[in-house]
Design a binder for this molecule. Structure first.
Ligand code: CA
Length: 221
């Protein structure tokens, strides 16, 4: 997933970003409400982690601005311990869920998965297409019931495609899934990872429309 982290505490933010990157997410990080509003107005994310107490404005106003534009990007609000008012205000301002500091990374990951599930209208935790299953929680992928080993970046690309079967994703959208700001984008990375995925899942599983993008196809079995 491509995530925006909005957090002014450098220690917490740094730890979160590192941990989320290890999970295979592309993470962009801004430190204040102004930068958050500007970034959300110009770029698309799969999910947002929003600290409520921010410099240069309020996290809740950032959230209200997002929802006022009709933007339904999933948002998890991060609040201080015992701040009941913040939690209630966050949900009322349009947050999909909240976490109270300090929290375990495992819980954050589980909540991210649940929020994404609701956002994409899925009831089942697993993604499935043409005999390929992907479990975002265990990060296991199977092909006709047999486990398939994927690298973190192969997994991230496959997850992006399987979250919206039928949708066409451009190379730029897929690159966004692989890299956060400040990370060097290897020019042929998407081509290389798609090639690896096709080798592992069958040549027809991921189709390409030249110059437009990639989408899931039917497997010849
Ligand atoms: Ca803060």
């Amino acid at each position: 997933m491509r995530l925006l982290l909005i957090e002014d505490d450098r220690m917490i933010g740094d730890g979160l970003r590192q941990a989320l990157r290890l999970e295979g997410h592309a993470v962009d990080w801004v430190y204040d409400a102004q930068a958050a509003a500007a970034t959300l107005a110009s770029e698309r994310f799969d999910g947002v982690l929003l600290d409520v107490g921010l410099p240069k404005g309020s996290g809740l106003d950032v959230l209200r601005g997002l929802r006022a534009r009709g933007d339904a990007t999933p948002v998890i609000v991060i609040t201080a311990r015992d701040a009941l008012e913040d939690r209630v205000a966050g949900l009322d301002a349009g947050a999909d869920d909240y976490l109270v500091k300090p929290f375990e990374l495992e819980e954050l990951n589980a909540r991210l998965r649940a929020v994404m599930r609701r956002h994409t209208g899925r009831a089942a935790p697993q993604l499935e297409h043409e005999g390929v299953t992907l479990d975002p929680a265990t990060r296991q992928v199977t092909l006709d019931g047999q486990p398939v080993l994927l690298s973190a970046r192969e997994f991230a690309l496959l997850e992006a495609l399987m979250q919206r079967p039928g949708a066409m994703l451009s190379r730029a959208q897929l690159e966004d899934r692989l890299y956060g700001w400040g990370e060097e984008v290897e020019s042929n990375a998407v081509t290389v990872y798609i090639h690896q995925l096709r080798k592992k899942l069958g040549a027809d599983f991921i189709q390409n429309m030249r110059g437009v993008g990639y989408f899931l196809g039917k497997r010849t079995r």
